[in-house]
Design a protein around this ligand. Structure first.
Ligand code: ADP
Length: 248
């Protein structure tokens, strides 16, 4: 089943006052893959990512998800279809505990059936599940701390835990290891692998160790265009890719 395509862009393009930041990018993301978008500064990675969820509008081209055209859909629609973007506007509530944060995500996923009057038994069930998710990201012992009180790397782990709780089909990660020390990077790599179990991940990432370590597929952008796609060993040996990185 890993061969089928969950997300596809068709000639996706974005101009800013005559400057083409993303230039006719057509890429396919396979279901179950971790697909990394890399490229030198100014390559158009952030713009491309923003186009995927209609955070900014394309000048031309399409975004297809599960065969449906989602190019002009609202963020709410896109979320309802099973796409979650992490680290964009932080999904974490700083003045709630870690447990409460995860519980909210679980309740959100459970949908309309829940309200203020829901039985204690149901709410307790969410707490049990929330503790399991916190254990998965090794934040179990901090469950009653406020999110604002924990360290930066732990916050990022909490964001990934929230994503796991929401259980989307497709996760978009914006530089998951940005600003992290070596140990946190290792931990986040492990968590991204967790997040990617039974789902698809598209990520923008600068750290080549992370890209090499966890990506199934890599697309290299340069000057708004797709320069190459393939496995890490494919793209790292590609002359045009080497030149794009060395030339700056
Ligand atoms: P990357 O994430 O790969 O570093 P970006 O997508 O941020 O690249 O930017 C690609 C190009 O588009 C850059 O030259 C940048 O200056 C330009 N750009 C991005 N956003 C805007 C904007 N809102 N207005 C004008 N130019 C922009």
């Amino acid at each position: 089943m890993t061969q089928d395509i969950i997300l596809q862009t068709e000639s996706l393009t974005r101009d800013f006052n005559g400057f083409r930041a993303v230039d006719s990018v057509s890429l396919s993301v396979r279901r179950g893959h971790i697909h990394a978008i890399i490229g030198p500064n100014g390559a158009g990675k952030t713009t491309f990512f923003n186009l995927l969820t209609n955070f900014i509008r394309p000048s031309a081209g399409k975004v297809m998800y599960e065969g449906v055209n989602i190019t002009a859909r609202s963020s709410a629609d896109i979320a309802n279809l099973g796409i979650v973007r992490s680290f964009q506007i932080s999904a974490v509530f700083p003045h709630l505990t870690l447990l409460q944060n995860i519980r909210i995500a679980l309740q959100k996923r459970a949908g309309k059936g829940l309200n203020f009057w829901s039985s204690k038994r149901i709410l307790n069930q969410f707490d049990d599940q929330a503790m399991q998710i916190l254990a998965l990201v090794r934040l179990e012992s901090l469950h009653d701390k406020l999110a604002v009180e924990i360290a930066y790397g732990q916050k990022r782990a909490l964001e990934l835990a929230t994503t796991i709780a929401l259980d989307p089909k497709l996760v978009l990660l914006d530089e998951p290891t940005q600003g992290m020390g070596h140990e946190d990077v290792e931990h986040i790599m492990e968590l991204v692998r967790q997040v990617a179990q039974n789902r698809t991940v598209v990520m923008v990432e600068h750290n080549m160790k992370v890209v090499a370590g966890i990506s199934d597929q890599i697309t290299v952008l340069a000057r708004g265009k797709e320069l190459a796609s393939g496995t890490y060993s494919d793209v790292s040996r590609n002359e045009a890719v080497i030149e794009a990185y060395m030339g700056r």
